[in-house]
Design a protein around this ligand. Structure first.
Ligand SMILES: [Cu+2]
Length: 65
């Protein structure tokens, strides 16, 4: 299990977090947690590439710093 922390710009409220969490779980992320503008994602390296994670967050309209 691999773990990455990304700084995401544009998250303003709980529903932003839920939207991002749903999208990441949708592509197979195991665990998603938030601390301010930081998003911590646990995932299986065999199933998911960090670039896919960034892409999904960007597709939801947020900026990955
Ligand atoms: Cu929001």
């Amino acid at each position: 299990m691999k773990n990455v922390t990304l700084v995401v710009d544009g998250m303003h409220c709980k529903s932003c977090e839920l939207l991002i969490e749903d999208s990441l779980k949708g592509i197979g992320a195991e665990k998603v947690s938030f601390e301010g503008s930081k998003v911590n994602i646990s995932f299986d390296e065999g199933r998911l590439h960090p670039n896919q994670i960034k892409q999904v967050i960007r597709e939801e309209g947020y900026r990955v710093v």
